[in-house]
Design a protein around this ligand. Sequence first.
Ligand SMILES: Nc1ncnc2c1ncn2[C@@H]1O[C@H](COP(=O)(O)OP(=O)(O)O)[C@@H](O)[C@H]1O
Ligand code: SF4
Ligand SMILES: [Mg+2]
Length: 671
Amino acid sequence: MRQLRGAVAGTRPDMPRSTGRSRLPQAWLTAPKVGAGIGLLGIFVLLALLGPVIAPYDPSATGGEALAPPSLLHLFGTTATGEDVFSQVLTGARLSLEVGLVAALFGELLAVIVGVTSGYLGGLADEGLSAVNNVFLVIPVLPLQIVLVEYLGAQSWVVLALVIAATAWPHGARRLRAQTLSIRRRDYIQAARAMGEPNWRIIGFEIVPNLLAIVATGFLFQVTFAIVVQASLAFLGLGDPRQWSWGTILYWAGNNNAFLLGAWWWYVPPGLCLAFLGMGLALVNLGIDEVINPRLRGAGQVKDRLPAPATGPSAGPEPDKDAVLAIRGLRVEYATPHGSLQAVRGVDLTLRRGQVLGIAGESGSGKSTLAYAVTRLLKAPGRVVEGQVLYRPRDEGSQWVDLLKLPPEELRRFRWERLSMVFQAAMNSLNPVLTVSAQLIDTLATHRPGMTPAARVERAGELLDLVGIDRSRLSAYPHQLSGGQRQRVMIAMALALDPEVMIMDEPTTALDVVVQREILSRLVRLRQQLGITMVFITHDLSLLAEIADTIAVMYAGKVVEYGPARSVTRSPSHPYTAALLASFPSLHGRRRDLQGIRGVPPDLRALPGGCAFHPRCPEAVAACAERIPLLTALGASRQVACLMREPSAVAKLSSQQRAPLHAASAGGAEA
Ligand SMILES: Nc1ncnc2c1ncn2[C@@H]1O[C@H](COP(=O)(O)OP(=O)(O)O)[C@@H](O)[C@H]1O
Ligand code: SF4
Ligand SMILES: [Mg+2]
């Protein structure tokens, strides 16, 4: 059934269908904030369950010493009529929590029903439900609650909870409606529709489970809201003042001028209970947020720290005269909850002016991380731990600068003017409410303030000509363009300021083969026309044969083969390069049988010892599991990191070390 659905929708059946559902339980419980939050909540739940039982006195029993400060006899002191405050706090926990939970349960249920139904059904149903939602959003909540409680004479806490629920749902409903609007267009919902599933089933079994994490945060928010509202209403004297809750204690404390009398023990304990319970709920909520959006996890922990590189630009050997960009010893790591992983492990690469450097490798080999690090767009939890990215502007007499040390203002000018980028999903980053023309002109206006409006319009037209889109499309909105056209608009944008270097990270991967072919030919033409210097990243090595001058093949964060494109693609030296070539069809040339690369890319947190490729390598020998091959020269222009391509090293191997190694597990980590 799932497979059929994948086929219907054109999606992989094993693709994760939700952002939060499957990961919520494990990841959620291990987050430290959630642990602390659950701990606090646990204490209050225990209080609510046991409080009335373990309270040392009847909370309403008067007659003790009036306004006695805390003592061993009365831990939280006494009230003006001699009641024990500790017993009142213990007893009050239950009502506060009961109201919070019941109100949140009904409030969130209403939010789900209204929000999801309105987002999913759209049309008149959406308009009607949204109108009701909006009306509730603009009505001042507290006066409405007071009126309702007064009108219903809410002596019972259940009625009070229902009144709170009736006024608490609109914010949640709005959030869920927005999420549903985005989910309902996804492939698996379209597939469910195509398969004739009824609406109630799609809502209940396809949409709501995908919103569970959001529903959970909404629920916790509503618990907090309801507890605070209950306390506020009780403080105002609404509800039954003989039913003990933290709000009722505050009501009596306020009525008896506890503050003026200096009886802090009367109002501080219930106040603190409310604050700590709110804190516990907020911590759990934050934890859920981090699970829904894993990027939040590293935020604040790992900043864009750029430690001083080991050698300054002047200390190391000068890069080639014709080089424009030189990456040296670059190491990038990500902090993850299970330890850090090095995604780029000491990469050295040189980009020459007017040339295209192709970077190839399977998914997860560190290509994008390298691109983000070079352009200083790497976000937490990623950080550059070592290395240099040297750049020399084309201006006469200019010096090498280390991009990793560029101050923010210079970096802002440098990006796009000198170095522009097109990323894989770039076409989705076009602003949907602005025309193509407005977006191109915006870029020009930001970086070329001296340009006249007419010149900007003319330049926008020129840019569309360059990428082969008719000028009449200048007035089109992104949704009126095909995926290929949108990606070409992004390329036009990247060309807008005539940059010296363009970095393209899988610019054609999200497109079909025909459009991919079209864009590639366009880039080849642009290259000849404008002499662009480019880094072209792809997982499809055969593409690079057409566009690149030099190719670097990456595996597990390292360059394993480097050399002129023609020679690398015609006679690959590294077994991984050969396997990569054999696994993609060539856009040109003879047909050949495709062979996948056996095994899976390694886990970067626990790399196999020796050559990281050895568990998958058809040529591996015993020595491969022990020694880390270095990138060494192979002839005049090529470099390869493979022990078996070093005749002198092979000659020194014992017969045991030369024994073929059958792919097996490997322990240890590569240094
Ligand atoms: N934000 C992140 N947090 C943790 N690990 C990450 C993050 N981004 C990428 N990685 C890891 O870094 C490695 C390289 O990823 P990436 O540079 O995207 O590879 P590629 O572009 O070659 O597919 C992968 O193992 C990936 O899991
Ligand atoms: S060093 Fe050994 S395992 Fe690594 S690529 Fe070469 S032959 Fe294969
Ligand atoms: Mg990538």
